[in-house]
Design a binder for this molecule. Structure first.
Ligand code: HEC
Ligand code: HEC
Length: 391
């Protein structure tokens, strides 16, 4: 793995987000009108689906991100041309090799692991295209291996302290339950850089949230407005340049949206999350952190990292399903500041959002609590419109 390949992944994602002029006017927009009754599958949207037939469109591009993340390669490693969405349908040796790998992995999991995703692309590849076969002495005799972040889901570590007091400490650190309960909505405005913006370029972002569980994020990307809505039951993403310009969130993608909306108002975090377990401590940005594992309402794994000293939430990790394993999203929080006067609750003004093939850094310039927000903000968004075709 090297920084170069990581950057390529990010820029590849930017390309993906900007090249869909053809599809927005063609196949994609037609599909989006198909209605909410029938879930869109990969083969409804793309032309040459062989191993991922029956995989929801929600999961499909995440699967491609999982490939990139596991091999530390960018999209063009397997897709020789990214000129249009249709170009991704063209076959080549590398793409066919990847298809064989999917079949091999499925067969292993089926035969030896009861069909669970125990063996994934990452299990073997560990960020390289050709997996290593022989242990190295550098690994065996390294006296100070860096502490590894425990994997997706873990049981409680023996002797770990209980999770309840950690959540209580967090709630006290951000103002206490009583004050938190007085916050019934907020509007956060600021900038983000990295995702669908030229490197170093800052674009506008707005978040509207209403207790207990409504949340809308608008990102003013170079290609037009990207809107993600969770209205407390249903969710949508309208993303300019995505083959489907308005996609209903399903399965764990919907569940993540719900968890994020609920955790925007953390006073009742103990009701939002279930089955809390505490794992080994890890260090994040130089701070020792407790890791709390939990399940969301729909049973999806969630991980929270609390600063042992201050009690503040440093990181939130969520996972969705994909046909090749759990897909990871992560938000790092910092710069907690009082909102609504010095006696107010504290919120993080700086957030870094990471997913397997991209990253965005968000800086809020204003957070207004208990602002009146029109209900229409949480309605079904219009299909995204690509504003800079051919960019
Ligand atoms: C390790 C190889 C690999 C990487 C890396 C990869 N893909 Fe793919 N991609 C595939 C394979 C294999 C298929 C065919 C899946 C099937 O047959 O069901 C595919 C299919 C697709 C399709 C469907 C095209 C069509 O119309 O049939 C799209 C779109 C796509 N990939 C986008 C991407 C994007 C975007 C990235 C980077 C984020 C990416 N891929 C990275 C292997 C890869
Ligand atoms: C059980 C281990 C294992 C798993 C699981 C696995 N791979 Fe592989 N993969 C390998 C090995 C070993 C090679 C190298 C084969 C060789 O040297 O010819 C390889 C090679 C590849 C190559 C060719 C790389 C190149 O530069 O020629 C691609 C692409 C690839 N794997 C993609 C995937 C994807 C995508 C997944 C998940 C769906 C996956 N692999 C899962 C073991 C694995």
């Amino acid at each position: 793995m090297n920084v170069g390949s990581r950057l390529k992944i990010l820029s590849a994602m930017i390309v993906v987000c900007s090249l869909a002029a053809t599809l927005v006017r063609g196949q994609g927009s037609g599909q989006a009108q198909a209605g909410p009754q029938k879930e869109l599958m990969a083969e409804d949207v793309y032309k040459n689906i062989q191993v991922f037939r029956g995989v929801p469109e929600n999961q499909f591009l995440a699967t491609m991100g999982f490939f990139c993340g596991s091999l530390s390669e960018s999209c063009e490693f397997c897709h020789k041309s990214e000129a249009t969405w249709a170009a991704y349908a063209e076959d080549n040796d590398m793409k066919n090799m990847a298809r064989r790998m999917v079949l091999m992995m499925n067969a292993l999991n089926k035969q030896y692991f009861g069909g669970k995703h125990e063996v994934t692309c990452y299990t073997c590849h560990r960020n390289s295209a050709i997996p290593k076969t022989t242990p190295t002495f550098a690994d065996i005799y390294n006296p100070n291996p860096p502490p590894e972040d425990p994997d997706t889901i873990a049981a409680s570590s023996p002797g770990a302290p209980p999770a309840g007091p950690m959540l209580d400490k967090y709630l006290r650190a951000i103002g206490g339950v009583e004050k938190l309960e007085t916050v019934t909505s907020f509007v956060a405005k600021g900038t983000y850089e990295g995702y669908s913006a030229a490197e170093g370029e800052k674009r506008g972002i707005e978040i509207f949230a209403k207790a207990p569980a409504q949340r809308t994020t608008m990102m003013h990307t170079i290609n037009g407005d990207m809107t993600t809505v969770y209205d407390s039951r249903t969710g949508w993403v309208a993303e300019p340049g995505r083959p489907v310009p308005l996609l209903a969130l399903t399965d764990l993608f919907l569940d993540i949206a719900r968890t994020e909306a609920e955790l925007s108002f953390p006073a009742h975090i103990k009701d939002t999350l279930k089955n809390l377990r505490v794992g080994d401590s890890v260090t994040i940005r130089g701070k020792d952190c407790y890791v709390v594992y939990a399940d969301s309402a729909a049973g999806a794994p969630v991980k929270l990292y609390f600063d042992e000293a201050t009690g503040l939430l440093m990181r939130l990790t969520r996972f969705t399903d994909s046909p090749v394993g759990h897909y990871r999203y992560e938000t790092d929080y910092s710069d907690y500041r009082p909102v609504g006067g010095p006696m107010g609750v504290k919120m993080p003004y700086h957030q870094v959002l990471s997913w397997m093939d991209g990253r965005a850094t968000i800086t809020f310039t204003s957070i207004q609590i208990n602002a009146k927000i029109d209900d229409s903000k949480f309605g079904k968004p219009a299909p995204a419109v690509l504003t800079t075709p051919g960019n």
